[in-house]
Design a protein around this ligand. Structure first.
Ligand SMILES: Cc1cc2nc3c(=O)[nH]c(=O)nc-3n(C[C@H](O)[C@H](O)[C@H](O)COP(=O)(O)OP(=O)(O)OC[C@H]3O[C@@H](n4cnc5c(N)ncnc54)[C@H](O)[C@@H]3O)c2cc1C
Length: 490
């Protein structure tokens, strides 16, 4: 987009304010700075405007205005994303959904809720908790992230091992398409007919339109929960315990691994009772019917002991359980105690490859002269190496990026993939050829064009650059629509 003149900027600002109401448009550089990045602070880009709609009609009007002006636009939830997904990579409009945060309806009999996209994930569980229900997908950022952001990234969380990721909990969506039309994809039923367009939208990282209402499943709270902390002197033993538990036919609700560096950061910050000298700890949670729960817990404890756990502790009460989870869920924040910055990597590997891949991760990071803390959803094989660095030290950011790329290659080599849950965004688009062929990417690009033919909706994300395609030996063929000048690839 050509830079806007100051006069044009002022006139657009007035037009949007007249439509949205006073206090709904930001355009001062100081205010825009807050929206320059998400949780991935390595990348920054400044929008021309940040706008705060309150209704789907507002969103639709803003999208139509952006199309009229040839101006890029991107939806933003809480900005906790870790792949640069809501970055205004090419300027234009950031459409913040944070004023659309209500739980609109709860239908307990049919176990569903209708929420606005800016509803904070945990607030939905708080809203339905008093009636004995909850919303299952629980990213570790659940105190801040929004359900709109969760559907865009198809987010996971500790409990996805048993309950699945966001897509398993979405029934329908009201969406403002990139041309401003408001449509419903899916609905309130569990057996949608026709194409599963809601399923297609979930995980599209804000490139297919903007969700303005979301129908989600809510679940009954389990009758019983048991939470175990297993402590190991070797990280390999902890990895083996994960496989041993699954091999016994047990499916815990969650199995999270925390390594020594992370344990120490968490203990410094919160004092959650993790042993500081342990090489790794596993936080394992089982939930379900009360009958048989103690026996299940005993089998988990036995599996941990057999693989070498030096201590296995069962949370005695809810307060102790909450404290153990606080350590895990606050781990990323705790790194702030030991490093000025860190890059949260996100890859996924077959669970059985955990020991080998963790060793490679440590070697790669050490070879770049950096430190890494690991805290991740081990049961899913979902890795989060967190590479610590100091952006003030010359060359350190470049080494972090290089180490991150090597880790993603290892994930792909062992049969895994380059994102377990944080999405591709801006961060990983040039690594897409590691796991997708040219034909795969072309198919995805065609689906994107069907929703987003002008490419103005969240441009510069997911698809590899021409340079990355050339390096991977992938043809960058023009699609017939591109040849006719009807669409452009970004
Ligand atoms: C401490 C911490 C822990 C985390 N733990 C986890 C975890 O356990 N599991 C996990 O999956 N992620 C985790 N994340 C990453 C992040 O929280 C998730 O990706 C989350 O879903 C982002 O939600 P958000 O509201 O912040 O979205 P944003 O960051 O604002 O946006 C994310 C993407 O969603 C798009 N988007 C936002 N709203 C809409 C909408 N209404 N319609 C269409 N597109 C939209 C944006 O354009 C962007 O592409 C963590 C992040 C942090 C900081």
């Amino acid at each position: 987009m050509a830079a806007l003149t100051e006069a044009r900027k002022q006139s657009l600002r007035r037009e949007m304010e007249a439509f949205l109401g006073a206090g709904s448009v930001l355009s001062d550089p100081d205010e825009l700075m807050v929206y320059e990045s998400d949780g991935l602070t390595l990348f920054r880009a400044r929008a021309d405007f940040v706008v705060f709609p309150r209704t789907a009609e507002h969103v639709s009007g803003l999208v139509r205005l952006a199309q009229r002006e040839g101006m890029p636009f991107v939806a933003r939830g809480a900005g906790t994303g870790l792949s640069g997904g809501c970055l205004p990579a090419e300027g234009g409009l950031v459409i913040s959904l944070m004023r659309m945060h209500r739980v609109l309806e709860v239908d307990y009999d049919n176990q569903l809720a209708v929420v606005e996209p800016g509803c904070v994930n945990l607030h939905l569980s708080w809203a339905v908790g008093p009636r004995g229900f909850y919303y299952a997908p629980d990213p570790s950022s659940q105190q801040a992230c929004t359900i709109g952001g969760n559907i865009a990234n198809n987010s996971g969380g500790p409990h996805t091992l048993k309950y699945g990721v966001t897509t398993n909990h979405v029934l329908g969506l009201e969406v403002v398409l990139p041309d401003g039309e408001i449509v419903w994809l899916g609905g309130r039923r569990r057996d949608p007919q026709g194409y599963d367009l809601a399923g297609l939208f979930v995980g599209s990282e804000g490139t297919f339109g903007i969700a303005t209402k979301i129908v989600v499943r809510i679940l009954r709270q389990p009758q019983a929960v048991r939470t175990v902390l297993a402590v190991f002197d070797e990280i390999d033993q902890a990895s083996e315990a994960v496989s041993a538990i699954i091999a016994r036919g047990l499916i815990p609700a969650a199995m999270e691994m925390i390594d020594q560096l992370t344990i120490q950061a968490v203990e410094d910050a919160f004092g959650c009772g993790y042993p500081r000298d342990a090489a790794a700890a596993l936080l394992i949670e089982m939930d379900g019917l009360a009958a048989g729960m103690d026996e299940q817990a005993a089998r988990v404890v036995a599996a941990c002991r057999e693989t070498g756990a030096r201590e296995v502790r069962l949370a005695r009460d809810e307060a102790e359980r909450q404290l153990l989870w606080k350590g895990r869920k606050s781990a990323f924040g705790a790194y702030g105690r030991i490093s000025p910055a860190y890059l949260v990597m996100d890859g996924v590997i077959p669970r059985t490859k955990l020991p080998q891949v963790l060793r490679r991760v440590n070697e790669i990071v050490a070879a770049h002269g950096l430190r890494v803390g690991n805290v991740f959803h081990a049961g899913d094989g979902n890795l989060h190496p967190n590479i610590l660095y100091d952006p003030r030290k010359p060359g350190e950011e470049a080494r972090v990026v290089a180490a991150g790329g090597e880790i993603l290659k290892v994930c792909a080599e062992v049969g895994g993939s380059i994102s377990g849950e944080h999405g591709i965004g801006l961060e990983k688009m040039d690594y897409m050829p590691l796991v997708f062929s040219g034909a795969d990417l072309d198919c995805m690009a065609r689906v994107k064009r069907a929703f987003n033919p002008t490419g103005l909706c969240n441009p510069g994300k997911i698809f590899p650059s021409r340079k990355a395609c050339a390096e991977a030996g992938l043809a960058y063929r023009l699609h017939p629509l591109e040849e006719k000048g009807l669409a452009q690839r970004f």
